[in-house]
Design a binder for this molecule. Sequence first.
Ligand SMILES: [Zn+2]
Length: 436
Amino acid sequence: MAHIYDTTIYAEYQGFYCEKIEKDEKGRNIFRFWSNRKTSDEVCPCCGSKVSGNGIRKVRLIDVPLVPGEPSVYEVYQHRYRCRDCGKTYTEENPFKVKGFQLTKRCVEWIFQLLKYRMTTSDIAKMMGIHWNTVRKLEKMRMEFAIKKWDQEAQKSTYRPYYLAVDEFAIRKGHRYATCVMDLARGDILWVGKGRTIKDFRQFFDAYAKTDYLSCVKAVAMDMNASYNALVKEYLPDAEIVYDRYHVQAQFGRDVLGKVRLDAARAHKETAKEISADGDSKQQVQQEKKLYSKIKKARWVLLQNKENLRQEKQQSLNEILDTHSDLAVCYAMKEELCALFQITDINEAAQRWAKWFDAAIHSSIPALAKFGRQKFKRLDGLVAHAKFPINTGRLEGFNNKIKVAKRNAYGFRNLDFFFSYIRFLSLPKGVIHQNL
Ligand SMILES: [Zn+2]
């Protein structure tokens, strides 16, 4: 079989020619391209006068490998000229080079194609025999191009988002956070930024300050514990804040039901201790211990929707509620809380939410009363759910893509890259796969 190095070639390409492939000391295949142009045909680009030769400029570019992992190098010898009249010096154009990279156009096209096939950065770097950072830089360029194009088209169009969701996510196991804003109708991630404070979130509004893209926003869904509401009021005074039902329910489950359940469990443990200290019947001690572990394990049963429970679980739940009045009250409040999010009439919602808070605040259960007092100031954003039944669910669903992005973006070495990647992932497929 003939080997590539035994091959004699003659290639001409846009004013350059190459006569053979050679190997350099590092084992790379070198293609030497010389210029075909004649100095006598050249004219100065400034004044149109005759020019003289002014040396040669050698540029090395990496091309697609002939053998995987062994890069091919184009050594391009460009003519330099000097104008005989105005003295301007210039170098003839290099038709192979991609601006900003020591790579040929063909090589970059290959890399974009491999990225389309979801090859990883390190695999591409290895296969093409180029540096990981170079591939990463191209990846970023491709993403930013697509994002910019998408943004420009979106702003030019008549489409404007009505409903937004904003939420935070952990970047590194809860130590660092980022904030993400989604257009709920289209699922576009409009913005991702570091941190979760008011100052961090202001950057989202700054990013859209010069456009009217947010001019039609009617409502914004968010977690009631976050500090996003103040800025929404400031920048989008006509938009309503809607607190996310899942965050509210989760917090109630944790801070109220969870707390009261553990208190009830602990009470049984204490009773068991007292009985055994008094030397009373072992049977009673066993009974209390059993109740302790039963209640301790009841977390899931208490949080679940009653209709979804199997019969024996339902029975067990009823037994617990029948004998623990605090838990029963909180459980009923949880059921009413879920029902409040089904209301679609704004007046009815206002009345029933007020009633709910009244009952919570005036209950004799400390955890419930505290929850009521703390969340009462969020009343408007809870009632608003009746008018705009939106939530952050779609954004939470996007979290799985963020998890994959974390892995692909090598986590957190470069947050800029990571954030661009998140936005890129939310773009429609046609936009992601378009050519640069
Ligand atoms: Zn000139």
